[in-house]
Design a protein around this ligand. Structure first.
Ligand SMILES: Nc1ncnc2c1ncn2[C@@H]1O[C@H](COP(=O)(O)OP(=O)(O)O)[C@@H](O)[C@H]1O
Ligand SMILES: [Mg+2]
Length: 274
């Protein structure tokens, strides 16, 4: 999530999910943005009839699996269309509006190892649903002037939702998108972010263990081109720097998640399967 638009949320959701799927992990993308960008990015035809995440949130007469469509091997998507914009106000009329997505995803059981939710650029009901359903928050962003202020505001929202609805929510960190390592200014912003996270180790908060995730995703035109072909970077340009960076980010996160799962299993086998 990131309440700012154009920072790399969709690009990261789709290509990180594709990296996990390529590692043989059953992965689902939930497109929670009414713009439907991640649905288009994996080649869903949004004009074809079919249930979408809107139906899953508002009308539970059919199971969520009825809205899920295959994208590539091991990767499925719960797509969205512009209809989803109406859900912002319609959700407010339903009981426990913040928990609709959580309930729907829980009903999928262990069908997926990873579910990545692409959030809209706002902090409304849809984003609160995502934060209530999630275990971890990943913040795609660019290392620009005032980046830290945006992150601090976003973290406050995460804290509020965590306190109200989801105490186990954790911020894993930021993914630097469209990254330019040659700029001195960029390096300063990254140093500032890192020192902010270091200071956060002292107190309890959902971002106590957050960090700048590595590698950063370099600016790469192939990443900007592939959505219009309805392809992930691994289909469109598997040799491009963008594919290399998302594959490496996926491998780094998988290593941590697998280690965490092994620790949980050793300590308490029941918690680990939940
Ligand atoms: N690493 C990158 N290099 C080049 N272009 C990128 C990169 N990451 C994202 N883009 C492009 O920047 C624009 C915004 O990215 P997007 O992922 O759609 O952001 P958001 O979902 O936060 O609005 C898109 O046109 C996307 O293709
Ligand atoms: Mg987007």
């Amino acid at each position: 999530m990131n309440q700012k638009g154009g920072v790399g949320k969709t690009t990261t959701t789709v290509n990180l999910a594709a990296a996990l799927a390529r590692a043989g992990r059953r992965t689902l993308i939930v497109d929670l943005d009414p713009q439907g960008h991640s649905s288009l990015h994996v080649g869903v035809d949004l004009n074809a009839p079919g249930r979408t995440v809107y139906d899953v949130l508002i009308d539970d007469s059919e199971p969520p699996s009825a809205a899920i469509r295959p994208a590539v091997e091991h990767l499925d998507i719960l797509p969205s269309t512009v209809d989803l914009a109406a859900a912002e106000s319609e959700l407010a009329t339903l009981p426990e509006p913040h928990r609709r997505l959580d309930r729907a995803l829980a009903s999928l059981g262990d069908r997926y190892e990873f579910i990545l939710i692409d959030c809209p650029p706002s902090l409304g009901h849809l984003t609160v649903n995502a934060l209530t359903a999630a275990r971890e928050v990943i913040i795609p962003m660019q290392a620009h002037f005032l980046a830290l202020q945006g992150v601090v505001k976003l973290l406050e929202t995460v804290r509020q939702v965590s306190q109200a609805y989801n105490p186990r929510l954790r911020v894993s960190g930021v993914v630097l998108c469209m990254h330019d390592t040659s700029s001195a200014h960029t390096r300063e912003v990254v140093a500032e972010l890192e020192s902010f996270f270091e200071q956060s180790r002292q107190a309890e908060s959902p971002w106590k263990f957050a960090r700048v995730l590595r590698p950063a995703i370099r600016r790469n035109i192939k990443l900007a081109e592939c959505p219009s072909f309805g392809q992930t970077i691994f289909q469109y340009a598997p040799q491009a720097p963008g594919a290399e960076d998302y594959a490496a980010l996926g491998a780094a996160l998988l290593k941590e998640w697998d280690a965490m799962l092994a620790r949980l299993q050793a300590n308490s086998p029941q918690d680990a399967t939940a």
